[in-house]
Design a protein around this ligand. Structure first.
Ligand code: RFL
Ligand code: PHB
Length: 390
């Protein structure tokens, strides 16, 4: 097979880029390791920045997001004195976020790809990248036991943190920056009315908690748990009990509980790989960076990568102008580092760190105290939470 751009990974980053490029008549193929059902079964992000929604529209996939996505103008921070609402709209000078699940984003993108006749090859095994430093790179994979080859002009690595693309960059070229946190998030999805119509992030003595939602009949809650904990250690009852204890009492008593329809533990990590380009290979999304979910920046940063890469590729094919591609890594990383800073600071402020000294704990509490008492601090929070411009 021959194509212009071979995209590795059919997650949101790969599918969105594929859809955008196809809209500009740039031929591309997506190679995805898993089945479509497997990809759609992953429960992940819930909060989208405006920039993400704009890209979905540009890709012709924004209608359902407009209809079903909930616009949020604020979030609350719970602390030992109660709740403080941060006005995102006012603080950011008129922006908001949209609550719409990653599962729905991916579903919309798959449907759009199908409608346009886009090529997404599922269950592509043993994907390997070749001749990335040449003008004629190619990708090999195995499908139904048969060896296949895609000749292309560019390769995009959108295959997530555990993918093969980043690993195709020689170790002496790749620089990695990482922080692993000593806890994870236990997440529960339940068909109950959300305890609050806006998100509540809680920095509690017992540990972090988050009340989020997918709709007014579907709640998504998280609590910080030790890394050693297993999902089976947490019955639904134990989860609800602990969640309520980490919220102000008047919020806890309002909590509607019910059976979990999904329950999983995700470890927390901050990670960036530099550069995001190696020859004809460009990395995008989780393949290049991981955010702790505290600031809701993972999927949103995948979208800003896609934006820069999309424009770089369009300029290359339309105008023969390579400036966008040449500056891709530097531009994408500049925004990614700012989002890293924000999600790191929010993670550090709201979680309990077992090894903290009393001094560090005091400082951490002071960080939270400053945020809830300063309008200017809340403005800075709002500007970052809704997403920096790109
Ligand atoms: P994905 O979604 O991991 O997709 C990569 C795809 O590549 C495939 N793949 C391969 N394909 C071919 N060959 C190989 N060798 C391959 N190896 C892997 C995989 O099967 C997969 O389909 O990466 P992408 O597209 O970059 O998207 C990134 C987002 O998924 C991620 O950043 C977010 O989910 C992070 N995240 C959040 N981000 C937000 O912006 N807002 C949020 O509210 C938010 N909440 C979250 C989150 C992540 C969470 N978890 C579970 C880590 C909440 C949680 C709990
Ligand atoms: C979610 O709804 O899954 C969610 C929301 C906000 C976050 C992380 C996850 O910061």
């Amino acid at each position: 097979m021959k194509t212009q751009v071979c995209i590795i990974g059919g997650g949101p980053a790969g599918l969105l880029l594929s859809q955008l490029l196809h809209g500009k008549d740039i031929d591309n193929i997506v190679l995805e390791k898993h089945t479509r059902d497997y990809v759609l079964a992953r429960i992940r992000a819930g909060v989208l920045e405006r920039g993400f929604a704009k890209l979905m529209h540009e890709a012709g996939c924004g209608d359902r997001l407009d209809r079903e996505g909930e616009v949020h103008e604020g979030v609350s921070i719970a602390h030992d004195k109660g709740l403080t609402r941060i006005d995102l709209f006012k603080g950011s000078g008129g922006s908001t976020v949209i609550v719409y699940g990653q599962t729905e984003v991916t579903r919309d993108l798959y449907e759009a790809r199908e409608k346009m006749g886009g090529v997404v090859i599922h269950e592509a095994a043993d994907v390997a990248l070749h001749d990335l430093k040449s003008d004629a790179p190619y990708v090999t994979y195995v499908k139904d036991g048969k060896a296949e080859r895609v000749d292309c002009e560019f390769v995009v690595g959108a295959d997530g943190f555990h993918g093969i693309s980043r690993k195709s960059i020689p170790a002496d070229v790749l620089r990695e920056y990482e922080r692993v946190y000593p806890f994870g998030w236990l997440g529960v999805l339940s068909e109950t009315k959300p305890v609050s119509h806006e998100l509540i992030y809680s920095g509690n003595e017992r540990g972090f908690a988050l009340c989020s939602l997918r709709s007014q009949v579907l709640s998504r809650y998280y609590i910080q748990v030790p890394l050693e904990d297993k999902v089976d250690d947490w019955s639904d009852e134990a989860f609800w009990e602990e969640l309520k204890r980490r919220l102000p009492p008047d919020v806890g008593v309002r909590m509607q509980t019910g059976p979990s329809i999904e329950k999983s533990i995700a470890p927390l990590r901050s990670y960036i790989a530099e550069p995001m380009q190696y020859g004809r290979l460009f990395l995008a999304g989780d393949a290049a960076h991981i955010f702790p979910p505290t600031g809701a920046k993972g999927l949103n940063s995948a979208a800003s990568d896609v934006h820069y890469l999309y424009h770089g590729l369009v300029d290359h094919y339309r105008k023969g102008d390579d400036k966008g591609l040449e500056s891709y890594s530097q531009k994408a990383l500049a925004r990614v580092w700012k989002a890293q800073r924000f999600s790191w600071s929010m993670t550090m402020m709201l979680h309990r760190f077992p090894a903290y000294t009393p001094y560090e704990r005091k400082l951490q509490k002071t960080e939270l105290e400053y945020l809830i008492s300063s309008e200017r601090a809340q403005q800075a929070f709002a500007e970052n939470y809704v997403g920096l411009p790109y």
